[in-house]
Design a protein. Structure first.
Length: 74
């Protein structure tokens, strides 16, 4: 209603380090093991991710959140 874009951290998202954040946005983090729910994906405007090196399965949601917030507010 107020033109906010919903951004979701997702493995299939755009590289956060090459991303320009919309002025009005909300960041949503999903379940560590399963990622965002299908219902959340349906209302998402933008998907972002932290590129991975090596064979790590995923980041802890708190660590991922800290990286994303730091980059988005930079």
């Amino acid at each position: 209603q107020q033109d906010f874009k919903i951004m979701v951290a997702d493995l299939d998202g755009e590289n956060i380090f090459k991303f320009k954040r919309p002025e009005k946005s909300v960041l949503v983090l999903g379940n560590e093991a399963n990622g965002p729910s299908d219902k959340l994906k349906q209302i998402t405007d933008i998907r972002i991710n932290i590129p991975q090196l090596g064979q790590a399965e995923s980041l802890n949601v708190a660590s991922a959140g800290a990286i994303l917030v730091a980059e988005l507010t930079n």
